[in-house]
Write a protein that binds this ligand. Structure first.
Ligand SMILES: C[S@@+](CC[C@H](N)C(=O)[O-])C[C@H]1O[C@@H](n2cnc3c(N)ncnc32)[C@H](O)[C@@H]1O
Length: 248
């Protein structure tokens, strides 16, 4: 029986094409995506700078991207659904937020902008993505609060009030589970994780797996073939109020 989402083996059969390897849409429409970014920390493709413009939280963002990072040609449709449907942090939110698999930084830049008292850890394995995230955060004036880092560079004692991720589904089930097993336990007891996953890439299977690990999983929203999952800890304190503001 199929698991619902891709295995690394399955990906190895169809070695990443120039446009689809990293595409959480699975549509092959992720213009500007190059094949090597899930499999190398230093993309070999020439950088070929691109601009990505999108609206989130009522404002327009213009970010720099480049070949060799995920969805360098436009805001990924899954990320757009996440930013539209999940509850962005309130303007008074402080603490530490994690953008897991930050790419060129669209989620980090939005989080740091809407929550001016928060620190955002933007984590990726791709050095080019991290450099772009730093550049974009600095250009927006939030560079001092966005820490772009590889997973091992994040101080081990930091706990996160929120984790946001358009996760790298196509690294395969085993690695994806390991990734989530590594970072979700670093949520504060009352923290919330927001994930976006394409339904045809196994959003529901992933939700079931997370539930089996003991997490509370709410299928918060669905749009354009994506599910937005809201994940909270079973250790959540009884009287905790909402951490995020409802999106309009
Ligand atoms: C689906 S992309 C999302 C990128 C970005 N957040 C966006 O919305 O455009 C997933 C990202 O996860 C990164 N990634 C892959 N394996 C990772 C790992 N083990 N730890 C952290 N990030 C990883 C990839 O390099 C890629 O940038």
């Amino acid at each position: 029986m199929g698991t619902g989402y891709p295995t690394r083996t399955a990906i190895a059969y169809g070695r990443p094409s120039a446009t689809s390897a990293a595409d959480n849409t699975g549509s092959g429409q992720n213009r500007g995506v190059t094949a090597d970014h899930y499999f190398s920390t230093r993309p070999q493709a020439p950088a070929k700078p691109t601009d990505v413009e999108f609206v989130a939280a009522g404002r327009t963002f213009r970010l720099s991207a480049a070949a060799g990072v995920f969805s360098a040609g436009r805001l990924d449709p899954g990320t757009a659904v996440l930013l539209r449907k999940a509850n962005l942090p309130s303007p008074t939110a402080g603490g530490a937020l994690l953008d897991l698999g930050c790419g060129y930084g669209p989620i980090s830049c939005v989080l740091a902008t809407v929550a001016p008292a928060a620190s955002v850890y933007a984590v990726d394995v791709n050095a080019r993505a991290l450099a772009l995230t730093r550049t974009n955060a600095q250009a927006l004036g939030v560079g001092e609060r966005v820490v772009a880092a590889t997973p091992d560079e994040v101080p081990p004692d930091i706990r996160f009030d929120q984790i946001w991720s358009n996760p790298p589904i196509r690294i395969g089930k085993g690695e994806l589970h390991a990734l989530l097993d590594r970072w979700l336990p670093r949520l504060e007891p009352d923290g919330i994780a927001w994930l976006v996953v394409a339904r045809h890439l196994g959003a529901d299977s992933l939700a079931e797996w997370l539930s089996r690990q003991g997490w509370f999983v709410d299928r918060h929203a669905s749009q354009q073939g994506f599910r937005v999952l809201r994940i909270t800890s079973p250790n959540k304190s009884e009287d905790a109020g909402p951490l995020g503001a409802e999106n309009a």
